[in-house]
Design a protein around this ligand. Structure first.
Ligand SMILES: Cc1cc2nc3c(=O)[nH]c(=O)nc-3n(C[C@H](O)[C@H](O)[C@H](O)COP(=O)(O)OP(=O)(O)OC[C@H]3O[C@@H](n4cnc5c(N)ncnc54)[C@H](O)[C@@H]3O)c2cc1C
Length: 432
């Protein structure tokens, strides 16, 4: 079959690789000038670095298997992170259950309740049973009001902006479950994985495989229209129009709703019900280290970002020639910050950084990069399972597989790769 795949992120590339391996004729369309989607990279020093911070967990078994299949396992390294939280103008360790017990901003009873809440989450199997409850209700019920107000309310706000009160308990449950299961035998020790040379190594290798199987990857070729005439799809892109037997769309459902032609209003509206939050991420290449830790969660509404990540405090094997720090902010695209120019975002973020680290000096900045994406994080509201569109669209032969459909899991490369593998299984291999 002649198959068009829209999007050269982890999902689209994996689908293209496996379908071309099965003998199908694959064309991957990518609107950007490079592959990788959210995992795409910029050169930093003599190395490559993701434009958005990435690591994997020990239970991300699908991506680990793919890394092995591609012969890249020697590049996957496991590191022990050090996590802290900034709260009430102070920094507290926040990695292990022991840290939680010692967490001064909360009363002893709230600390114990928060610990029990996390353990309770690990044992929940039927996530649908809590799907209609908001994260707020669930946290207050199990962790108490103090724990919600001080820790989780600012975090939910900075992740989901004005939608934070609609977030389903399943989302927070999944976060607790995930972090718990990347600890291995020692509950106090978390392990995070990173590839020498960045995760793009995986996607470059997959792109090589697609090309070796006579598939094509078209960069700078955004798809503007998908229509169907009898059994054939017509895909219109910046480079022209081409016909296919089948189409796989890997960007957000809302994006699909804008390019698909000939579908009823009801279906288009259902695609637009799934909302995403945007992200602005600033990378700083610094001459000095900012902090001794890898991951800082900022639970303070007056600071314009929610995460400070000193990537080089996790990843030891690199050639960046600098200390790498990411500052991350999630927001709605209607938020005026999203439309601000890079200079204004930089000065806003730097002023926030100086509040946390009064000794920080702007002279330390050798270079900075600002990236933003509209589709960073699906907004997992209550009753989310009823909103998720089917992978099979009403237009037979057109498939939609995006990070909004991997629920109850949250976005991540592991599930993007899994979606790519699963969609490829729907197509039989070509007979010799
Ligand atoms: C801030 C941030 C931090 C993250 N941290 C982690 C982490 O630590 N670990 C982890 O595993 N995951 C992390 N993720 C998630 C991970 O990056 C994603 O789950 C994964 O990369 C999604 O891959 P995808 O292919 O489904 O989507 P995308 O990467 O979004 O790819 C979709 C592609 O489609 C293209 N496209 C869209 N519309 C069109 C069109 N009309 N025509 C042609 N092309 C089009 C886009 O340009 C894009 O390249 C993070 C994401 C963000 C935003």
């Amino acid at each position: 079959m002649k198959i068009a795949i829209i999007g050269a992120g982890a999902t689209g590339l994996t689908a293209g690789w496996k379908l071309s391996e099965k003998g199908h004729c694959v064309t991957v369309y990518e609107k950007n000038d490079r592959i990788g989607g959210l995992t795409s990279v910029v050169p930093v020093g003599d190395d490559l670095l993701e434009i958005y911070y990435h690591h994997i967990f020990t239970n991300d078994t699908v991506i680990i298997d793919v890394i092995k299949e591609l012969g890249l396992e020697k590049d996957l390294k496991w590191y022990e992170p050090s996590n802290v939280i900034y709260i009430n103008e102070k920094i507290y360790p926040f990695t292990s259950p022991l840290d939680l017990l010692m967490f001064k901003p909360l009363s002893l009873i709230s600390r114990i309740r928060m610990g029990l809440m996390v353990i309770h989450a690990w044992f929940i199997k039927d996530y649908l049973a809590i799907e209609n409850m908001t994260a707020r209700e669930w946290i207050i019920r199990h962790g108490g009001e103090e724990c919600y107000r001080l820790v989780w309310e600012p975090l939910l706000n900075s992740k989901f902006d004005f939608d934070s009160d609609k977030i389903s308990a399943t989302w927070i449950w999944n976060k607790f479950k995930l972090r718990g299961s990347s600890r291995g035998k020692n509950i106090n020790k978390e392990l995070l994985g990173y590839m020498d040379g960045s995760f793009i190594k995986i996607y470059n290798k997959i792109a090589e495989r697609i090309k070796a199987n006579k598939g094509e990857i078209r960069l700078n070729d955004g798809v503007t229209e998908i229509s169907k005439n009898y059994d054939r799809f017509r895909v219109r892109s910046q480079s022209g129009t081409e016909e296919f037997d089948s189409v796989i769309f890997t960007a957000s459902p809302e994006r699909l709703s804008y390019v698909i032609k000939g579908m009823g209003r009801q279906y288009l509206d259902s695609l637009r019900k799934i909302k995403y939050k945007a992200n602005i991420c600033m990378i700083l290449e610094l001459s000095e280290s900012l902090m001794p830790n890898y991951w800082m969660t900022v639970a303070d509404r007056d600071i314009p970002f929610v995460l400070v990540i000193e990537h080089t405090n996790l990843v030891k094997n690199h050639k960046y020639g600098s200390h790498i720090v990411y500052l991350s902010r999630y927001l709605d695209i209607t938020n005026e910050l999203y439309g601000m120019d890079d200079e204004s975002i930089k000065s806003l973020f730097i002023s926030g950084l100086k509040k946390i680290f009064p000794d920080f000096k702007e002279e330390w900045i050798k270079k900075y990069h600002i990236n933003r994406t509209r589709d960073a994080q699906p907004v997992v509201t209550t009753g989310y399972s009823r909103l998720i569109p089917d992978v099979e669209t009403p237009m037979k032969g057109l498939y939609l597989t995006s990070m909004s459909q991997i629920y109850p899991e949250d976005r991540g490369q592991n599930y993007a790769i899994l979606s790519g593998l699963e969609i490829s299984r729907r197509f039989p291999a070509v007979e010799e």
